[in-house]
Structures are given as C-alpha cells and as structure tokens.
Write a protein that binds this ligand. Structure first.
Ligand code: SF4
Length: 99
C-alpha cells in the first residue's frame, strides 16, 4: 500500500511533497531521478508545465502520509482512499518507475 499522486497535480508540480518525503520517493516530471527539479526550473523560466505531474514510487513509499497535507491542490491520496475516478493513477504512478 502506498500514497498516490493523481492527475490533479498536472500543471502544478508544487514539489512541497518532495521536500517532506522521508524516503525521497516522489519524482518527476521527466526522469525517475528528477525530484521535481525539472518542474521548478520550468516555472523559474516562465515555461508552462501543463500536463506534467509528479509521481510516487509505490515500491519505496512507507505510507507515512507526510506528503498529503502539503499538496496545495489536494492531489495526493492514500491508495485506499483514492476516489474511483482516479483509480488509473495507481498504475500511472507505478509505471513511471518501471518504464
Ligand atoms: Fe513519501 Fe510518506 Fe508520501 Fe509515501 S506517504 S510518498 S513515504 S511522504
């Protein structure tokens, strides 16, 4: 069981969640080892991050819940609490780390 970032994150990539995660398992939006830096850089350069989001590695997440309240757009859910319309996010988060 892990926490999941839904596509509500798309276009925000705030990265406050990255800063609080004790096991550094939140990455994206481009590379598996990019801890939100790509999005930070784009924002700093005034570029649009529409369609981009962060992802949680389900193999590393310890389900601590620290990230959830940090998200300014409420994009993060515990897998058990995920609204049905966001079920695909479970696969999308895992896929980011396995492809
Ligand atoms: Fe990281 Fe904890 Fe959030 Fe999992 S629940 S992504 S370990 S902050």
């Amino acid at each position: 069981m892990s926490y999941v970032i839904t596509d509500i994150c798309k276009g925000t990539c705030d990265t406050a969640c990255v800063d609080v995660c004790p096991v550094d398992c939140i990455h994206g939006p481009f590379e598996k080892d990019d801890m939100g830096q790509g999005a930070r850089d784009m924002k700093a350069e005034g570029k649009s991050i529409e369609g981009l989001q962060l992802y949680i590695d389900p193999e590393v997440c310890i389900n601590c819940g620290a990230c959830e309240p940090e998200c300014p757009v409420d994009a993060i859910f515990e897998e058990d609490e995920l609204p049905e319309e966001h079920n695909k996010s479970i696969i999308e988060n895992a896929k980011f780390f396995t492809e």
